[in-house]
Design a protein around this ligand. Structure first.
Ligand code: FES
Length: 83
């Protein structure tokens, strides 16, 4: 990623895969100046039933299975969730 030139005004990034990789990818995107609102990821791994009943996916007042699972990086940080 360090070698890729991105037009910041037109760039949106989607990070998926193993959570351990997210921090490295997001760190590179931030170094390139991409806004946190333009970086998306998902918290799919938190879901269990997926129908809003078991509370397993609750992060604060958010239910990942209902309100997500895709969030901006800024939202994920605000939720206090570790990527
Ligand atoms: S997965 Fe059970 S409430 Fe969301």
């Amino acid at each position: 990623m360090a070698k890729i030139n991105l037009p910041l005004e037109n760039t949106v990034a989607f990070a998926c895969g193993l959570p351990v990789m997210f921090n490295s990818v997001i760190k590179e995107l931030k170094l390139k100046g991409i806004k946190e609102d333009n970086v998306y990821s998902n918290l799919e791994r938190r879901r269990k039933s997926g129908v809003g009943k078991c509370q397993h996916c609750a992060i604060g007042r958010t239910l990942v299975c209902i309100d997500g699972p895709v969030y901006t990086y800024k939202q994920i940080r605000t939720l206090g969730e570790q990527i």
